[in-house]
Design a protein around this ligand. Structure first.
Ligand SMILES: [Fe+2]
Length: 193
């Protein structure tokens, strides 16, 4: 049986994805595909909880989210966050101290997540104020929901702030990155593989 906290997080995620102002029909379809995939429970994950100093920004970011339209999603995330394995991006370079100290990712569904599965990845990224996330790409398409403000760029779209009610969509394989503003950054990502 899926843990109650995780199920609530997924239910609030479905509500937030469906309520989000999406940039395109493709984005809406990707959200629905993700929601469909997680109806089937995956095998329990084996990764132990881990944290990094930058995780101190999770609570202030959730404070911001609790004032906005995604308060219920933020509350559900607050419940599962301590059990996640927060790690740096594998390619992060310790000599780039701002990025090294300024970001952490946690898988919720997917390899190293609360359910270790390959058909869908859901995770979170936290960043300290002023941090720019490394350029990256991946074969699955991706929908991001912000919980605390940030901006996104991809090879087809200039820097965009989706606002508290928007969403960001990245087509399969596109080059993309994101950045924090003057406050903490916290976003959730949903990738139906
Ligand atoms: Fe991404």
């Amino acid at each position: 049986m899926r843990a109650a906290g995780l199920q609530v997080f997924l239910d609030r995620s479905a509500e937030a994805l469906r309520a989000a102002r999406v940039p395109s029909e493709r984005a809406a379809r990707a959200s629905e595909r993700a929601i469909g995939l997680w109806q089937m429970e995956g095998s329990p994950g084996t990764a132990a909880a881990e944290r990094l100093p930058v995780c101190d920004w999770v609570d202030p970011a959730l404070e911001i989210a609790s004032q906005g339209p995604r308060a219920a999603l933020a509350q559900a995330f607050r419940t599962i966050a301590p059990g996640l394995a927060w790690r740096r991006r594998a390619s992060a370079d310790p000599s780039d101290t701002q990025f090294w100290n300024g970001h952490a990712n946690a898988m919720i569904l997917g390899p190293g997540g609360l359910e270790g599965r390959k058909d869908i990845w859901i995770g979170a990224t936290v960043m300290a104020p002023g941090t720019i996330y490394a350029d990256h790409d991946h074969p699955p398409e991706e929908v991001y929901l912000s919980l605390a403000p940030g901006e996104w760029w991809n090879a087809e779209t200039d820097w965009t702030d989706p606002g508290a009610e928007g969403a960001i969509y990245n087509p399969p394989g596109i080059r993309h990155r994101m950045r924090a503003g003057s406050g903490p950054f916290l976003a959730l990502w949903y990738l139906p593989a």
